[in-house]
Design a protein around this ligand. Structure first.
Ligand code: 13P
Length: 251
């Protein structure tokens, strides 16, 4: 059976306490979303958002965590702290972390292990730059990111995880992968996981697409056979557009 789809909003470094009203609007707009809905706000907002969500079916996630459970790491957040605040997921290895914080697969892998230990579901982001795509390196780059980020994780751990394919050239640019490009990469990622962890795991793991997902293109992207949801940046900041994307995720 295909996994339940996941519509996730990555708020990045946007939003404040006043933005909590978006949660009320989201609940009102789709009290029964019909797919898994996740919001990854700035970490400071997780706890008040959780209080606002109550029993409604909206999950929360962090946007990064440290690989260690505690200690002298000024400015960092541990996975257990995210869990404690009310998160169930954490985004790891986002291309903005890879680029601006020089994160690499070994670190993403250590963070994924810390997240799983804390009871969080990691969303591991992978994706190639435009230069890498144009240089014919896409499969190699994404294949290496998958292998490095998932190294040493067993089948049970993997089933709980999410992979987000986010071509770097499509993030915040308004350029989206064509349905053919998205399907090709999602199928490639699933085949890599089939090879490393077997078919059952590859079928169970959710592979989201991210990169300029908007209400206008969501239906086409989300109906592709290997696309199990969307990781939405800009369009998740507005309840109206995020709700439209959630609606399209159901079909
Ligand atoms: P945009 O939807 O703004 O392109 O961002 C995608 C993204 O980076 C989600 O993690």
């Amino acid at each position: 059976m295909a996994p339940r789809k996941l519509a996730a909003g990555n708020w990045k470094m946007n939003g404040d306490l006043a933005a909590l009203s978006q949660i009320d609007a989201l609940i009102t707009a789709r009290p029964d979303p019909g797919c898994d809905v996740l919001i990854c706000p700035p970490a400071l907002l997780i706890q008040p958002m959780k209080a606002r969500i109550g029993a409604h079916p909206i999950a929360l996630g962090g946007q990064d965590c440290h690989a260690r459970a505690f200690g002298a790491h000024t400015g960092d957040i541990a996975a257990v702290q995210l869990k404690d605040a009310g998160a169930d997921y954490v985004i790891l290895g986002h291309s903005e972390r890879r680029e601006y914080h020089k994160e690499f697969d070994v670190l993403v892998n250590a963070k994924a292990k810390a997240a799983l230990t804390a009871g969080l579901k990691p969303i591991v982001c992978v994706g190639e730059t435009l230069a890498q795509r144009e240089g014919g390196q896409t499969d190699k780059i994404v294949g290496d990111q998958i292998a490095g980020s998932l190294a040493g994780l067993d089948n049970n751990q993997l089933k709980d995880m999410v992979i987000a394919y986010e071509p770097v050239w499509a993030i915040g640019t308004g350029k989206t992968a064509t349905p053919e490009q998205a399907q090709e990469m999602h199928a490639f990622i699933r085949s890599e996981i089939t090879e490393s962890h077997g078919e059952d795991v590859a079928k169970a793991i959710r592979i989201q697409y991210g990169g300029s997902v908007k209400p206008a293109n969501a239906r086409e992207l989300l109906s592709l056979p290997d696309v199990d949801g969307a990781l939405v940046g800009g369009a998740s900041l507005e309840v109206r557009s995020f709700t439209e994307i959630i609606t399209n995720t159901l079909n």
